[in-house]
Design a binder for this molecule. Structure first.
Ligand code: SAH
Ligand code: MG
Length: 205
């Protein structure tokens, strides 16, 4: 990874560990021709890793997020960051942070913010995806809706990566693990990589 872009990604705010971010970068770089999409961008950390691959490949990463935070980012929850609350709306707003991160890394031509509710967008989506990364809401309804809405858009030969997959409930919530199992059980995806809580699958049919 380009050292300057890597430094921005490693310094960015968010939840993506560096080793897993680098796996995302390599997986996206090796994906077939076509656009990339991530669900759950927050302040842009994972998008900087995947976006660097998009730039090298001459493609685009669509970064889907309503930028209002997941359940666990809301006040009173474990992953709340009070300075992300916009005084105007009283709601979390990570979009300005995301935009700054993409701007600073020089990735505005290769990372396109798509601001809205993920299942609503997925229902209207039509373009086959070379690479899909699911890291949006981690509640059961949200995670399964992301899987059902977006996984069918992965092109044959394309990549599906899922974050926060914990086989042991003591390590974290189950829904990302459940959708990872669903992908395998569908017979359409096979696992090609496993780093930390990141699982990388390849669409075989
Ligand atoms: N990939 C990020 C972390 C994502 S956190 C990183 O590398 O740091 C999860 C994100 O999913 C939050 O920003 C939240 O706003 C978003 N999200 C949750 N539910 C969503 C929904 N239904 N539609 C769009 N975005 C959603
Ligand atoms: Mg995550």
């Amino acid at each position: 990874m380009d050292p300057r872009r890597r430094a921005f990604a490693e310094g960015a705010r968010g939840f993506m560990p560096v080793d897993e971010g680098l796996v995302l970068y390599e997986a996206a770089r090796a994906a077939p021709e076509g656009p990339f999409l991530e669900v759950g961008s927050y302040c842009g950390r994972s998008a900087l890793f995947i976006g660097a691959a998009a730039a090298e490949r001459g493609t685009v990463l669509f970064a889907v997020d309503h930028h209002r935070g997941s359940e666990e980012n809301q006040p009173g929850w474990e992953w709340h960051e009070p300075d992300l609350v916009d005084p105007h709306s009283g709601l979390i707003d990570t979009l300005p942070h995301f935009r700054r991160a993409i701007f600073d890394a020089g990735l505005e031509d290769h990372v396109v913010a798509v601001v809205g509710d993920s299942p609503r967008l997925a229902a209207l989506w039509g373009t086959p995806l070379a690479f899909l990364f699911i890291d949006g809401g981690h509640g059961a309804a949200a995670a399964h809706a992301d899987y059902e809405g977006w996984a069918p858009h992965v092109a044959p030969g394309g990549i599906l990566a899922v974050h926060d997959v914990f086989a042991d409930p003591a390590d974290g919530g189950r829904p990302p693990y459940e959708i990872y199992l669903r992908a395998l059980a569908s017979g359409q995806f096979s696992e090609i990589g496993c780093t930390g809580s990141l699982r990388v699958l390849n669409r075989t049919t």
